[in-house]
Structure formats: C-alpha cells, structure tokens
Design a protein around this ligand. Structure first.
Ligand SMILES: [Zn+2]
Length: 202
C-alpha cells in the first residue's frame, strides 16, 4: 500500500490518499480537491474516511464524494459536529447526509481490496475514530508524533482520551500517522503513549 500525505491550508491538517491495486481510500478531507485529485491520479476511490468532524479534517468531504462517486464514512457522533459550524470550529455545515455511512463502535470496513479496522477513540472529540490499515494507524487528532490531542474543545474528555490511548497502545501496528505533522513509528509511540497515559492517570 502506498500512503500519500497532503498538507492542507486549514491549520496544516493532513489528508491521506492510500493506494493499492488501482484503488484508493482517502482519510480526512481538509485539503482542497485540486490537491487531492493529482494524488488519486485515476485510481478508483472507494471511500472518504473521517477521523473526526472538525472542519480542518472534514470540510471538503462532500466535494471528494461527488468528484469520485463514493461515500463518506464517519462515526455517528460526527453528525452533530458536521451539522454545526460552532461545534466543528469552521464556517461550514452539512445539512444533507445522504452520501454518508455512519457507524458506531469498532467496525471493520471492507472497501475493495482494503480491509480497514475502525476503532472508536473519543477524547479529542466525541466522534474520534482511528483507522488501522495494513500496519499503519491513522489517528487524526488523538495522537501526534510527540503529544496527544487537546481535550478542551466541544465534546472532548480527558477520561475518554485516557481510555482511547490505552486502546491504541493495545493494537498491533508499526507506524502511526497523525492529523497534523509527521508520522511516527511504533517505537516512538510506545514512549509517547506511555508518557501521556501516565500523565492522564494521575
Ligand atoms: Zn480536531
């Protein structure tokens, strides 16, 4: 699997295009469609997966869905964020959810040749999801290379953050990509997660 990272102009959030066998999956939607299209480069896009509903990760999701003829996947709790500009911290809101596939809890998503595990990981937001694809976790704003997401925004929770970090710690993965900044290795995350789990457990 090939992982292409696009840095958006919305708080430098990451949008990822994952490609294998002429098929693609897009994770998050902060980058302009014009930046995403050349990365997709004719591959068949099977879905847009949102890590959470904040505007810098979701703003362009319906443009992608319409351009590529696919659905947008998100936790059910994301609806509250996407439909309310104050809760997603942007100037956008979605009123028609026809193109969405919402899910609850942990799920497996089979999209073409992609087998994707979606793990409910609230803490930074109520609708946080980590996606495990091959051996890489796409963690959105839950976990960064050095640090974890803030919990003081709407729907954030320190206790849920702690449980979600423990959940990610228990998963098998070799790399982790975050919603902002560079990715990290399993080893780097072992240290990072340990530090923040200890900090939040106090
Ligand atoms: Zn966020």
């Amino acid at each position: 699997m090939e992982i292409l990272r696009i840095v958006s102009d919305l708080l430098d959030s990451n949008t990822f295009v994952l490609k294998q066998n002429d098929e693609a999956v897009i994770i998050d939607a902060g980058a302009k469609l014009s930046l995403v299209k050349p990365k997709v480069d004719g591959a068949k896009v099977l879905g847009v997966l949102l890590t959470h509903g904040h505007y810098d990760h979701a703003m362009h999701c319906l443009e992608y869905a319409s351009e590529f003829g696919c659905k947008v996947y998100a936790a059910s709790a994301a609806k509250e964020y996407l439909s309310d500009a104050e809760k997603n911290y942007g100037k956008f809101k979605i009123e028609n959810f026809e193109e969405f596939c919402f899910f609850d809890g942990d799920q497996t998503l089979n999209l073409g040749s992609f087998k994707i595990w979606a793990y409910a990981t609230p803490g930074h937001s109520k609708c946080g999801v980590c996606y495990l694809v091959c051996d890489t976790i796409f963690a959105g704003d839950l976990i960064f290379k050095q640090g974890v997401g803030r919990t003081d925004l709407f729907g954030g929770s320190k206790s849920e953050m702690l449980e979600s970090l423990k959940k990610v710690q228990s998963l098998q993965f070799s790399a982790l990509e975050s919603g902002h900044g560079e990715g990290s290795t399993r080893l780097e995350q072992e240290r990072n997660l340990k530090t923040f789990i200890r900090f939040l457990s106090r």
